[in-house]
Design a protein around this ligand. Sequence first.
Ligand code: E4P
Length: 218
Amino acid sequence: MKFFVDSADVDEIRELEETGLVDGVTTNPSLVAKTGRDFKEVVQEICAIVDGPVSAEVTATEADAMVEEGRNLAEIADNVTIKVPLTWDGLKACRALTQGGTMVNVTLCFSANQALLAAKAGATFISPFIGRLDDIGEDGMELIREIRTIYDNYEQLSTQILAASVRDETHVKQSAMAGADVATVPPKVLHALVKHPLTDKGLDAFLADWKSTGQSIL
Ligand code: E4P
């Protein structure tokens, strides 16, 4: 499973990229607003750091305007992926942009039928929002499993499942188990993945025992 970083914070992204674990980045208007910075400048800087797909979301709501915004954003760098919402206009824009050779991430997906439509519209990625479904008492992970089953039933559907609205380590593990192609993960959750109390405890014990030998490797 690929890891995308779900952030518009350039410093956070740069730090994580150095681990070699970052396959791409997703931004959205809320994440950009949090930075207080110029949208295109942020996207340009992220694209210079990360080689993989970098999602930048359109804010128009009509298909023609979405396509115009998408083409404009796609000029920033070759790895820009245009994010469009899962509406009829978004699907029309998705079709036009992918036919023009631009990667498209169809966002705000909350049902398997929506995911089927996005795949038929040629989406590069579909973003089912796990956490927001959990928030309303539904099972976000079940949606990932449903989409995986549907896409696997039809080999001509090549859209990648991008698990989004990931809130914790369990979401990451379950997305991988359910066969999501990508999980877009907030930096704090990505950092938490490496942690286990027994790793820390074990390392402390190894280092203490090593010290007692009085040896040094170099
Ligand atoms: C990413 O593409 C989504 O915009 C993001 O994961 C949404 O996460 P949230 O539900 O925590 O805002």
